[in-house]
Every structure is written in C-alpha cells, then in structure tokens.
Design a protein around this ligand. Structure first.
Ligand SMILES: *Cc1c(COP(=O)(O)O)cnc(C)c1O
Length: 378
C-alpha cells in the first residue's frame, strides 16, 4: 500500500481525510468497461469533488482517462500544470476577458451561447488556426447551452460554426438519477434532433455518471462521469455500484462520562437517559460536516455504528461511545465519520441532501492521506 500524506501543518494532529486512489482508478475502469467503445472522460471540477484534483487527476490519467472537464479556467490551469498531455474542457464557457488563457494553456472552451461562438471564431481568425471547442446544446436543463432559438439561428446560417475545430456537441441530463423519468428519453431525442440540424456533423456527449447507467443509447461518443468516480451512487435510493473512495477519520479529543439526566452540546438537545460515555471529536461544520447531521449522523469504530448526539458545533461533535470497550476509544485516537460502513450516500440521506454536497463540502482543515488500497481491502 502506497501512502502519501499531505499534512497541511505537519503536526499530524488534525482529523484525517483518506482518499483511496486505487478505488478511483477501479471506478474509472469499471465505467470504461460499461461504456465499451465510448470514451470515458472525467469531471474533476471543484477540486475533483473535494477529493483533490492534484492527486486524483493523475490517477485517472494513469487509468487511461484523456479528457477532463472542469468548471472554471483556474481549475483548468491547475490540472494543466500536472497533466501536460490531455484534453481539458471548461464547462463554464468562454467568458469575455479570458480569450488568451485558452490557447496559452491549451484549454477547450465549452461554448454556451451565440456570443461565445462569435468570440471563439474571432480567436481562430487571430490565431490563424482552428482552435478546439465544444458546443453545449441545452435540451431541457435550462442552465447552460444554446437554447432552441439559438439553434434556429445556427441552423439558418451554416457559416456560424465555421472556424473552430468542434470536438463534440454536448448536452446535460436533468434527471439521469431517476431512470423512470420520461424526461431522459425526451432529452436524448431533442439532442439527436438538434445535432441533426448542424450542417457539420459533430461527435456527441450526453451522459454524466447516472446517464451511463441509463444504457448504451445514452453513451454516444464520450461520457462525462464525475460523482461515480468518487464512489457516488448513480440512482437515487439504490446502493452505489461503485467503490467508496473517501474515509473521514476524526480525532478523539476527550472521552467523558455523562450522568443520566445531563445533556450534551449547544442547546442541550440531547439528554442521556443512562450514564453514558461521550467522545468529543475534532470535526465540526467548519470542516464541512453538515450541522443538519446533528442527532442523525453515524460514526463507526470497526463495523460498529455509533450515534452522533447533540448539535454539531463549529469544530467538534459528540458521539455516544457507551457500547464500545473503553480501551478502544481514547483521546488522540480516531473514529470514522465517513467510510465503507457509513458512506457519503448514507450521510446524504440522513442530511436530506445529495452525496455531491457531502463530498464537496469536506474542507481543507484535514490532513489528507492518499492511499492505494487493493480491491476489497477496506
Ligand atoms: C458536473 C457535470 C458532469 C458530471 O456529473 P456527475 O453527475 O458528477 O457524473 C457532467 N457534465 C456536466 C455538464 C457537468 O456539469
């Protein structure tokens, strides 16, 4: 097992975020296998969903990934510094003032409107070459991409697209995690229809993580999974078919005996009914552990599940460890707040949110440790 620790402070006293790069690679390979001939790209925006793009993007590259999607130009430049030989596409588009950054760092803008089409064409004229670009067509999400009326303009004037090297037409599914939703097939059909209106044929990309599991019709030429690579589930309410990637190991600061009738934490929201042993652990909402998990979250020692009790505070939370032998819980020791026994998806259900938010909220106060666990070694 390879082990790279990147402690921010070098003290090693912080709680620890363990990221399994072996699991990231295996998740990538299993998606690529499911996709067959379709190329599998990776969404590594938001610092690879909070897992650390500087380590995760190279791991994905080693697994065979050659196309990366980020949200912002800054994220793209950061990935380019580490990976000189891959495609990097910027989903937020080609904003005015960022023109020179794209050719300078060899980045691909995802073009979202007619103004951006005009901008990339001008850039091709000044550069005297066909710069790469992707064309985002909105098919129902109504977030980014050319609207149906923009597409009317494009269809009327075929020269509108002359100049750039259009690598892909892309669109994004609004309800991919709900396979029974008829909107998925409707978006697929609208995407085919709009692509059919383009005078120059383009390769196509539609599927995010969930889209891959909707079946081969949705795969097209390129898929763009993010969440599934990091262990996220692809269908709402179903267990994840992917390997968990992240473990959050919190430091125990104190273990105290609380007498029956006494309460724990701000607001005294949790009153113990029998004498209890309560561990105070060094993770709070400032570390991205959502406060709404107060009284709902689960901590684990081995495979024993223990309740997070009372309110989560800024830097700490409390766990009732009465069931665990005192020799196993001591100040300076660790207790697991996310991992194979209580996953990002489980925490999302208890918090009333989605795993994406649980992952991306994880802060930068932790010591980050990157491991290469073999399959099943968790
Ligand atoms: C974030 C994003 C993805 C990846 O989505 P997941 O659900 O994480 O797989 C793909 N395409 C676009 C346009 C995105 O914004």
């Amino acid at each position: 097992m390879l082990d790279t620790t990147s402690a921010r402070d070098g003290s090693g006293a912080a709680s620890e975020l363990v990221i399994d790069l072996g699991a990231v690679r295996r998740n990538y390979l299993s998606l690529q296998e499911r996709l067959g001939k379709t190329e599998c790209a990776a969404a590594v925006k938001a610092d690879a969903y909070g897992t650390g793009a500087d380590k995760v993007a190279p791991a994905l590259f080693e697994a065979g990934c050659r196309t990366f999607f980020v949200a912002t130009v800054d994220e793209a430049i950061a990935v380019r510094k580490i990976l000189p030989d891959c495609r990097i596409a910027v989903l937020n588009g080609l904003l005015a003032g960022t023109e020179q950054v794209f050719p300078e760092h060899d980045l691909i803008p995802v073009i979202n409107d007619l103004e951006q089409i005009a901008r990339i064409r001008e850039m091709c004229v000044s550069a005297d070459r066909a710069l790469p670009a992707m064309l985002h067509i909105d098919t129902g999400m109504n977030r980014l991409g050319l609207s149906p009326s923009d597409m009317d303009r494009v269809a009327r004037d075929p020269d509108v697209l002359t100049g750039p090297d259009w690598l892909y037409a892309i669109s994004h599914l609004a309800s991919g995690d709900d396979p029974d939703n008829p909107e998925n097939a409707a978006q697929l059909a609208r995407f085919a229809e709009q692509r059919g209106r383009l005078k120059r044929p383009m390769q196509a990309s539609l599927a995010n993580s969930a889209g891959i599991f909707l079946g081969p019709d949705y795969h097209l030429d390129l898929a763009r999974p993010g969440f599934a690579l990091y262990g996220g589930r692809v269908e709402d309410g179903k267990p994840s078919p992917m390997e968990p990637v992240v473990r959050l190991r919190a430091r125990i600061l104190q273990v105290r005996t609380v007498r029956a009738g006494d309460s724990v934490g701000y607001g005294g929201t949790y009153t113990v009914t029998e004498d209890a042993r309560i561990a105070t652990v060094a993770v709070g909402y400032a570390d991205g552990y959502l406060r709404c998990l107060s009284g709902k979250g689960v901590a684990c020692i081995g495979d024993r599940r223990l309740p997070v009790v009372g309110r989560v505070s800024m830097d700490m939370l409390a766990v009732d460890v009465s069931q665990v032998d005192p020799t196993e819980v001591h100040p300076g020791g660790y207790i697991e707040l996310l991992g194979p026994h209580y996953t990002v998806n489980d925490a999302a259900d208890d918090a009333g949110t989605i795993g994406y938010e649980i992952l991306t909220a994880l802060g930068h106060r932790y010591t980050r440790r990157y491991i290469e666990a073999a399959s099943g070694e968790s």
